[in-house]
Every structure is written in C-alpha cells, then in structure tokens.
Design a protein around this ligand. Structure first.
Ligand SMILES: Cc1cc2nc3c(=O)[nH]c(=O)nc-3n(C[C@H](O)[C@H](O)[C@H](O)COP(=O)(O)OP(=O)(O)OC[C@H]3O[C@@H](n4cnc5c(N)ncnc54)[C@H](O)[C@@H]3O)c2cc1C
Length: 493
C-alpha cells in the first residue's frame, strides 16, 4: 500500500495481522476482541466516522441517533466489555425504560407496554386480554430463548454444542414455533390490539409476521424478559467509548477509505485493494453487508431484492417545544394487514403507515436544548435501488405528519427548528447495504431466519461479522457475532 497505512500495518507479525472491512458495531467489537488477544488489527471504514448504522447527527443543540434507539439484552453488552477486560459502567450508562413503549391505536385508545407484570396486567385488562395468554407467550418465548442461547446465538452455524441435553430438545415447542409467526400470535392472544402489538415484532428484523416462523416469538420475549434500555447521552455514546478503546488498544483506524477488492490466490487471502492502495494480509474480516462479498471477489452480484429485509423512511425533527410522548411510541395504521401487503406484496411505501416515534428527552434532557425535543420518526419502507423522487419524499413526510395529527400532535412550521430526512437511498449509500435494507436478508421461512450467512468462508483466511451474518441483525446479536468470529479466528490462527 502506498503511504502511511502499509508501513503501520507492516509493523506487525504477518501471521497475526487482521484487516477488518467496515467499522460497524460488529467490526469494532471484533477488532477489540482480537487486539486484546495479541492480533495486530487494522479497521478500514469508508465513512468519516465509525459505527456504521449506529450513527448520530447534531444541529443547534439537538442530538439525534440516526440508527438504533432501543437496546435489548444488556447482558450481551456487559459480557462483551468483560471479555475485553473492561467494566461496562465505566464506559456507558444504561437506563431501563418503563413503560417500554406506548402504543396508539386508530380508534383513539392506547396501551402502555410495561415491563412490570402488575402494571402490564392492568393494561391487558383494559383491552380484554387474558393475563394467562400473556403468560403463555412468555413461557413459549422462554423455551425458544433458552435453546437459542445454548445453540445458535453462541456458536458458529451448524455446530451443535457438546453440552446440549436431550431434555432441552424434548421440551422445545416445535409445533408452535414452526407455524407462521402470525398464526402463533392468533393462537396465543384474543384481543385484536394485543395481536397488533405482537405482529409488529418481526419488523424489528425488517420482516413480515405472515412469512416469519413462530420461532421469532423470541424477539418480544427477549424485550420483555430483559427489558428495553437507553444509553445516557444517546446510543452513539457506545461507539464513542468503543472508539477510545480502539485507540488505547492500538487498533489502526483507517477512515475515508473504501475497500474495493479482496485479493485471493490459491483459495487463500493475500490482501485487500482499497481506495488508498493495497494492503497484504492473510486474514480479512468482512463487516459490511454480506451482499458486497461477491463484489469484493469480482464475482457477479446474484441478489434478489425480494429476499431482503425492510428499509425505512426517517424524519428527524428538532422541535422548539416539549412533546407529550413516552420515550418509545408507536402510532398504528388502521389496517395492519393492508400495510404489510403494501410493504411486502405491492412493495411500496404504505398508504397508511404505522410510525415509530422516539422521544429521547422523555428520559434524557441532555440531547436537546432546554424545553425542546428531538424526535426520531421512522416508518417501514421496502428496500429498493430506485431513487426516491422529491414528490415521493414529500408524500411520505405528509403521511407521517398526518399520523402525528391523529394523536393531537400538530407540528406547525414555526416550531420545527431542525429537520432531516432519510430514505432507503440514504441507507444504501451511507452503509453500502443492499437496497438500503436494514437487516440484510429477511427472516422469511426457517432457512432465512436461522441459517444466516456463515461467519467463516471457504476461502482460507476470510471471515464475516455483523448484522447480515450469523446469528443476525440487531445490536446484541451483532455483539454475539463478533464473539463467534473471534473464536473461529483464534482456533484457525
Ligand atoms: C434506522 C435503524 C434503526 C435500527 N434500530 C435498531 C434498534 O433499535 N435496536 C437494535 O438493536 N438494532 C437496530 N438497528 C440495527 C443495528 O443498527 C445493526 O444491526 C447493527 O448496528 C449493524 O452492525 P454491523 O456490524 O452489521 O455493521 P454496519 O452498521 O452495517 O456497518 C458496516 C460498516 O461498513 C462500512 N463499509 C461498507 N462498505 C465498505 C467498504 N467497501 N469499504 C470500507 N467500509 C465499508 C460502512 O460504512 C459501515 O460503517 C437499526 C438499524 C437502523 C439502520
């Protein structure tokens, strides 16, 4: 490689030199894990800042998280910090949210989704749902989670761990988990409102409740059992602390540099070609959307947009007043089936979108000026490589603002201090993700849900990590992905 980067990388022993393509959460966590055990790691990021989909934007004192806003499974974060010899509490402050979410329905009713069972029972009573049904959901979810945690969440794909007991396999609710997620919701609950709340969870991985298996009951279970959390100061604080640790651990960070090719000879990795030159190495980890792998290998891209998870339309608003909302809020569409058909069958931005509104100042005053709010509003939208026109953007924006009006939030021009919009095109260009999809391949069917792209390729020295690889998308699973990939490399080199 020309210039500084090659010479810095060459300081290391060739055997233990690792190049990571992409500084998303998976790339960063793997870099830290490997550097802690003696590997010389360089991380190459095409953007100016680290974090990939975890990114933030500030203007006039408003700070917006532009990606994740909900943290689940805090133990996975804790485990990661422990694995690298750090105490999580010295780096980030996690705050538990209760209620986890406020749901607004089209008929004017609302449900607060509490993490405490006594309060939750009252909410269930309000909409005529039997508490026993909620208990049944928790019981099915717990069984799925227990088995997932002993198998696929902690091990490379296809490896059956030695400590798995026959009892774990016998008590698994096979029949329920193999039916469609939507059927399982219908079988478990009776209240249409609770059904609507639960049907939304597959969209956490950009997928449809009709096409995902009941196994995905594990998503609402995890959220309920382990809580919904926020990082004080904003989710991007996580990346800021990890970047400091990368520097302390002498991980070389190469920003504004695009990896163009992965070089391979005799089925072994020999290096990478970047926009700043060539780097030789025997070990490469791809942390970018898995669809890029063929491009890096100069092979034909063989992807079908229909296999990809949803993207999103995002409106970020800095408002000169406080908004009476909880931290997480959902304003549902009137006809959820029609909305899913728009998204997954007609492949268009919904006629009547369900919108998610994150209102961080409900928990943390530090992320907006005094008596102001920083709303992050998102509606699901199909992944696409078509360019959104100005008219489409304006229409989507109006639909979102009309949805807010339905719950009596009227945002006149005069109170909008800051505004930023992101369409699927932004996610595609900024993160190099296929059609702007947020979670790689969708989770439709057992194969897509549980057989994600493997962490190790057939080419010697080539590995993957991140949300589009095993075990899947979302911040806690990406952290697990970094553990699995690190273990594979440790075993091989
Ligand atoms: C809007 C949104 C909301 C979300 N909400 C949540 C949530 O509430 N909770 C949750 O847990 N998860 C959420 N997620 C998902 C979560 O953010 C991701 O699963 C996770 O951050 C992905 O991490 P990753 O390791 O796969 O890397 P990515 O974030 O995909 O990062 C990949 C990096 O690779 C870089 N790159 C790409 N191509 C190249 C190249 N050729 N050369 C060099 N660098 C390259 C990119 O610039 C990027 O920095 C959300 C995501 C989005 C976008």
């Amino acid at each position: 490689m020309n210039g500084k980067t090659e010479s810095m990388v060459n300081k290391s022993n060739n055997k233990n030199k690792v190049i990571i393509i992409g500084a998303g959460l998976g790339g960063i966590c793997t870099a830290l894990r490997l550097s802690k055990i003696g590997y010389k790691v360089s991380i190459i990021e095409k953007n100016e800042s680290l974090g990939g989909k975890i990114t933030s934007f500030s203007s006039k004192g408003y700070k917006f998280d532009q990606g994740p806003s909900l943290i689940t499974l805090p133990d996975y974060f804790d485990e990661f910090f422990k694995d690298i010899g750090e105490n999580i509490n010295e780096h980030i402050e996690l705050i538990k949210l209760n209620p986890m979410c406020r749901y607004f329905f089209d008929d004017g009713n609302k449900v607060d989704y509490f993490s405490s069972l006594d309060l939750m029972k009252k909410e269930l009573d309000k909409v005529g749902e039997d508490f026993q049904n909620f208990y049944n959901f928790l019981s099915i979810g717990a069984k799925i989670y227990e088995l997932s945690d002993k198998t696929f969440l902690n091990f490379p794909m296809g490896r059956v761990p030695k400590n798995i007991k026959i009892g774990d396999l016998i008590k698994f609710p096979y029949l329920r988990t193999l039916m469609s997620y939507k059927s399982l919701v219908n079988k478990t609950f009776s209240s249409p409102k609770i059904k609507q709340i639960f049907e939304r969870y597959p969209t956490y991985v950009g997928s449809s409740p009709e096409n995902t298996p009941g196994m995905l009951f594990v998503i609402p279970y995890i959220e309920y059992a382990f809580g919904s959390w926020y990082i004080k100061g904003g989710i991007y604080k996580l990346i800021e602390s990890l970047e400091k640790l990368l520097v302390e651990n002498e991980v070389e960070i190469i920003k504004n540099c695009v990896v163009k090719n992965i070089q391979i000879s005799n089925n072994k990795i020999t290096g990478v070609e970047t926009s700043k030159g060539q780097i030789s190495t025997k070990i490469v980890i791809n942390n970018t959307d898995i669809s890029n792998l063929n491009k890096y290998k100069n092979q034909k891209l063989n992807e079908n947009i229909d296999d990809y998870s949803l993207s999103g339309f995002v409106l970020m608003l800095g408002l000169k007043k406080k908004i009476d909302l909880k931290h997480h809020n959902i304003i549902f569409s009137k006809d959820y089936k029609k909305e899913f058909d728009d998204l997954f069958k007609r492949k268009k931005f919904p006629e009547d979108p369900t919108i998610y509104v994150c209102n961080p100042t409900a928990t943390d005053e530090s992320v907006a000026p005094q008596n102001c709010s920083n709303l992050f509003i998102m509606a699901n939208s199909p992944a696409t490589s078509n360019i959104w026109t100005d008219a489409e953007i304006e229409l989507a924006r109006n639909k979102v603002l009309n949805k807010l009006k339905k719950i009596n939030i009227h945002l006149e021009k005069s109170i909008i201090d800051v505004e930023k919009i992101q369409t699927p095109n932004y996610f595609m260009n900024q993160h190099n993700s296929y059609g702007g999809s947020l979670y790689g391949k969708n989770s439709h069917g057992i194969k897509n849900s549980f057989f994600r792209h493997p962490n190790k390729e057939k080419t010697k020295g080539l590995y993957n990590v991140g949300g589009t690889t095993h075990p899947g998308g979302g911040t806690p699973t990406v952290i697990k992905s970094s553990k699995i990939t690190t273990d594979l490399i440790k075993n091989d080199y």
